[in-house]
Design a binder for this molecule. Structure first.
Ligand code: YH5
Length: 279
């Protein structure tokens, strides 16, 4: 399988690791309210040294309780980092945004994939940016508006709900002229899903793999709160082994790309998982 981006075709012949680079003031503070460019680029370099395949750069936090930021604020955070990383390294960069103007400038600066947690629901014009630039496009399942992304409405069949939502996003992307080869689908772990539903999606990922056989699947479980809950209220910094377990099972069940904080550990775990999958 291949994934077409605006700068290359990524061959997906083994599980790929997407490393998270949050460039929000709470992640790479310069001591004040701004992001330190040097610290962010150093983090990118460290992930590359550990074997990351894609770097996902985001300037707007979607954690529970976060507030939206405007285009200018998001661009001021992400553009210098994208430019600096593109200049120094050849690792593909995705821009974690649901805003078409942010996506457009990020792609112009050298990012090559748009990672939209709203699956084109917040700003459908993200689809036209992907079509016009030929960028990769990750469509994640989520429900509700930005403010209610993490509320947990009752759903009786989460597998059916996610399948329907992804089909809707897929139709929307195709309507803008985005090609199937540009698209990756994501089940949206933690976004408006209860603990049991997150578990069901990971354990039964194989069913989605059968529903969408022509699309690579991306899964992001890293450090999320369901892992903390299952471990008796573990804080985020202590969710690494739990996160690894979910990445391994997701890949075992058909995930092609995992989005993680802990690159080195995940790369090791997935090398073994991949070898076992080949037996
Ligand atoms: C994803 O799954 N998730 S942002 C809360 C946490 C830890 C991590 C408190 N962007 C995804 O990473 N993009 C995010 O614990 C994503 N798939 C894709 N494609 C949320 C996040 C997080 C939230």
């Amino acid at each position: 399988m291949i994934w077409k981006t605006s700068r290359r075709s990524i061959t997906i012949d083994r599980p790929l690791v997407m490393g998270i680079l949050n460039v929000t003031p709470d992640s790479f503070s310069d001591g004040g309210d701004f992001v330190s460019l040097d610290a962010a680029v150093e983090r990118a370099e460290e992930m590359i040294a550990k074997g990351v395949d894609i770097i996902d750069i985001g300037g707007e936090s979607t954690r529970p309780g976060s507030e939206r930021v405007d285009d200018e604020t998001e661009l001021r955070r992400v553009l210098p980092v994208i430019e600096a990383v593109v200049k120094r390294f050849d690792t593909p960069i995705s821009i974690d945004t649901s805003k078409s103007e942010v996506a457009r400038h990020a792609i112009d600066a050298g990012a090559e994939i748009i990672n939209d947690i709203s699956g084109l629901r917040f700003d459908p014009a993200v689809g036209s940016v992907a079509a016009e630039t030929g960028s990769g496009l990750a469509l994640m399942h989520s429900r509700g508006a930005f403010e209610t992304l993490h509320s947990e409405p009752t759903v009786d069949d989460i597998m059916a709900e996610v399948t329907a939502g992804l089909n809707h996003s897929l139709d929307e992307a195709r309507s803008f002229g985005v090609e199937d080869e540009q698209i990756v689908l994501d089940i949206g772990i933690g976004f408006g899903k209860r603990l049991e539903q997150n578990l069901e999606l990971i354990a039964k990922l194989g069913k989605l793999h059968k529903e969408f056989p022509n699309f690579p699947l991306l899964v992001g479980t890293s450090r999320k709160s369901f892992i903390g809950k299952l471990l008796g209220g573990r804080p985020v910094e202590e969710r690494i082994y739990g996160s690894i377990a979910t990445a391994v099972v997701a890949v075992w069940n058909g995930a092609n790309i995992v989005r993680v904080h802990d690159v080195s550990e995940t790369v090791d775990a997935l090398k073994i998982t991949e070898r076992l999958l080949r037996v």
